[in-house]
Design a protein around this ligand. Structure first.
Ligand SMILES: Cc1cc2nc3c(=O)[nH]c(=O)nc-3n(C[C@H](O)[C@H](O)[C@H](O)COP(=O)(O)OP(=O)(O)OC[C@H]3O[C@@H](n4cnc5c(N)ncnc54)[C@H](O)[C@@H]3O)c2cc1C
Length: 471
C-alpha cells in the first residue's frame, strides 16, 4: 500500500512532505519545530509514545509509572494540524526512490518523502554476545523497565520463600553491568529501595542484607564526568552499600549468574538472579541500511552513520540522520545532541522552502555543550558544566528541576513533581505492582517466535516434498 503525501491541505498545490522516523527527543523536536511551517509531516515510530529515557530507571525501581515518562505522541501532537502520526516499524529508507517503508502487523505502508529525518536512536549493545540479553536485559524501552521492575521485586519475593541459603543469597544479589549514568542511577536506586522502601516488609529476609554490585571493565565510575566526580560518585555509592567492582569484564552471563574476567586474566563467578545490562549502545540497524546505499558513507564501530557536517547523508541534501544514530565528532549520545540536531535540520528545511538554502554552502551543525549530570540517590547528584564540577544536594535539586523542564506535558510534570515529593520525603514508592507479563512476556514471545520459525520450516519442507513427488 502506498500512502500519498499527506494530506493535500492547500488545495491542489502539493506541499513538501517531510517524513520523520522516531518519536524520541530528535523525532519529536523535529516535528514540533515544523509547526506553522508550510509542509506536511509524517512521523513514523514503532512505539505510540515519546519516551523520556533518562527516567526509565525510576520506572524500573517503582517510583514513576510508565505513563508519566512516556506520553502518547499522537496526543502531544494532536493540535499540530500539519503532522500525521503513523505507528509502524520502519524496515526501509530508500534514498534513491525517496520512500520510507514501515510495517504494522501485516500491513505495509510506503511513504514518499521530499525530506527525511531519521532519528531512530540506539539500542543496547552486548558487544557481540547477544545471548546475554535473555538473562541481563538492558534499559532502553518501557518494556525493559517494567521487566526489570518485575525481576527486581520478584527477586526479593523469591528470596523470602527460598529455604536454601545459597539460593537465597543468589536471589538477593543484584548486578548492574556498566558504571555510566544509567548504571550508577539504577544501582543507587536498588540500594535505596532495599534499605528504605522494603524495610520491615518481609518476615524471613532482611531486604537491606542484599548485595548490589556495580561492575565495569573500565577503571573508573562515570568516565566522561572526569576523575573528581567519578571518585565522588563511587564514594557515595559505597556509602549506600553498593559494591563497586572496576577493571572487571563480564565474559559470560547465564541464568544462574555471571562470569567476570579480571585484568590479570583470572575468572570468577558471581551467582545472581537479577542482572541488568547498561554497558554499551549500538546504533539502530537503520543506520547501516542507510549507509549501505551510498558509496563512501559508513557507520562507525557503534553503528552510527557518519554524516556530513550538515547532518545529511553524503549526496542526499534532504536526507538527514540525527540524534543517537548519527556520528559527529564531539557530539555525545545525549538528549541535547538529538534536540539541537533536530532544530538545526528543520531550520534548513524551512530555509529551503523560502529559497534561502544552498546545500553546497550550509553552515555546519555546531553542538553547544550544556553540561551533564547524574543522580546517585535521594538528595545526591553530580553536575559538570564546562570546567565547573560539583555534587551534593544543590546538584540534586538542579537535576530535579532540569528533568521536570524536559518532561513533556504539564500534567506529567505536575504528577511527577508530586510523586517525587512523596517518594523522597517518605519511605514509600507508588509503583510497586508487578505482573507475570512483566517478567515472562519477553521469554514467552521468544518461544512463540521460535515455534513459528519451526512451523514455517516444517511447512516449507512439506511443500518441497510435495513438489518433488508431483514432479
Ligand atoms: C536509560 C537511559 C538514560 C539516559 N539518561 C540521559 C540523561 O540523563 N541525559 C541525557 O542527556 N541523555 C540521556 N540518555 C540518552 C538520551 O535518552 C538519548 O541520547 C536520546 O534519547 C536520543 O534521542 P534520539 O531521538 O536520537 O533517539 P531515541 O530517543 O532513542 O528515539 C528513537 C525513536 O526511534 C523509534 N524507532 C527505533 N527504531 C525504529 C524503527 N525501525 N521504526 C520506527 N521507529 C523506530 C523509537 O521507537 C523511538 O521513538 C539516556 C538514555 C537511556 C537509555
Amino acid at each position: 500500500m502506498t500512502v500519498a503525501p499527506w494530506p493535500a491541505q492547500s488545495g491542489n498545490r502539493r506541499r513538501q512532505h517531510v517524513v520523520i522516523v522516531g518519536s524520541g527527543f530528535g523525532g519529536l523536536t523535529a516535528a514540533q519545530s515544523l509547526k506553522n511551517v508550510d509542509v506536511d509531516v509524517t512521523l513514523i515510530a514503532k512505539t505510540t509514545s515519546h519516551l523520556f529515557q533518562p527516567l526509565l530507571y525510576q520506572v524500573a525501581t517503582g517510583i514513576l509509572s510508565e505513563g508519566e515518562i512516556a506520553p502518547s505522541t499522537r496526543l502531544v501532537l494532536r493540535d499540530q494540524d500539519n503532522v500525521r502520526v503513523v505507528l509502524g516499524e520502519v524496515e526501509d529508507v530508500n534514498l534513491a526512490a525517496k520512500t520510507v517503508t514501515s510495517k504494522l502487523m501485516t500491513m505495509e505502508t510506503v511513504t514518499p518523502f521530499d525530506s527525511v529525518i531519521v532519528a531512530a536512536g540506539a539500542q543496547q549493545s552486548y558487544f557481540g554476545n547477544d545471548h546475554f540479553a535473555m538473562f541481563a536485559p538492558g534499559m532502553k524501552t518501557i518494556d525493559d523497565a517494567l521487566e526489570l521492575r518485575g525481576r527486581i521485586l520478584g527477586a526479593f519475593e523469591a528470596a523470602e520463600v527460598s529455604t536454601d541459603e545459597a539460593e537465597r543469597r543468589r536471589r538477593l544479589t543484584f548486578v548492574v553491568v556498566g558504571a555510566g549514568p544509567t548504571g550508577v542511577e539504577l544501582a543507587g536506586q536498588i540500594a535505596e529501595l532495599a534499605q528504605r522502601t522494603l524495610v520491615g516488609a518481609f518476615r524471613t529476609i532482611n531486604p537491606s542484607d542484599c548485595r548490589v554490585i556495580l561492575l565495569d571493565a573500565a577503571p573508573a565510575v562515570l568516565p566522561p564526568m572526569g576523575p573528581k566526580l567519578g571518585k565522588k560518585v563511587q564514594a557515595s555509592l559505597e556509602e549506600l552499600g553498593v559494591e563497586v567492582q572496576l577493571n572487571a569484564m563480564v565474559s559470560e552471563v547465564d541464568y544462574q549468574g555471571l562470569t567476570v574476567k579480571e585484568k590479570d586474566g583470572t575468572e570468577r563467578r558471581i551467582e545472581s538472579a537479577c542482572k541488568v545490562w547498561s554497558a554499551g549502545v549500538q546504533g539502530n540497524p537503520l543506520g547501516k541500511l542507510i549507509a549501505d546505499q551510498v558509496d563512501g558513507v559508513e557507520v562507525d564501530r557503534a553503528g552510527r552513520v557518519v554524516v556530513e557536517p550538515d547532518l545529511t547523508v553524503k549526496g542526499h541534501p534532504y536526507a538527514f540522520v540525527i540524534g543517537d544514530l548519527m556520528f559527529v565528532k564531539g557530539v555525545p549520545g545525549m538528549a541535547q545532541g538529538a534536540i539541537q540536531g533536530a532544530k538545526y535540520v528543520t531550520k534548513l528545511i524551512k530555509e529551503s522552502l523560502e529559497g534561502r538554502d544552498d546545500p553546497a554552502n550550509r553552515k555546519p551543525f555546531k553542538y553547544f555543550d550544556k553540561g551533564s549530570m547524574a543522580t546517585v540517590s535521594r538528595f545526591d547528584a553530580v553536575v559538570k558544566v564546562g570546567r565547573i564540577e560539583f555534587g551534593g544536594f544543590i546538584a540534586w535539586l538542579m537535576w530535579l528541576a532540569l528533568h521536570l523542564v524536559y518532561l513533556v506535558g504539564f500534567k506529567n510534570r505536575f504528577s511527577t513533581l508530586l510523586t517525587w515529593l512523596i517518594t523522597f520525603s517518605s519511605h514509600s514508592r507508588g509503583q510497586m505492582a508487578i505482573t507475570s507479563q512483566m517478567v515472562y512476556a519477553r521469554l514467552a514471545m521468544h518461544q512463540l517466535q521460535a515455534k513459528q520459525g519451526e512451523l514455517a520450516a516444517v511447512e516449507e519442507a512439506e511443500r518441497a516434498e510435495r513438489a518433488e513427488d508431483s514432479a
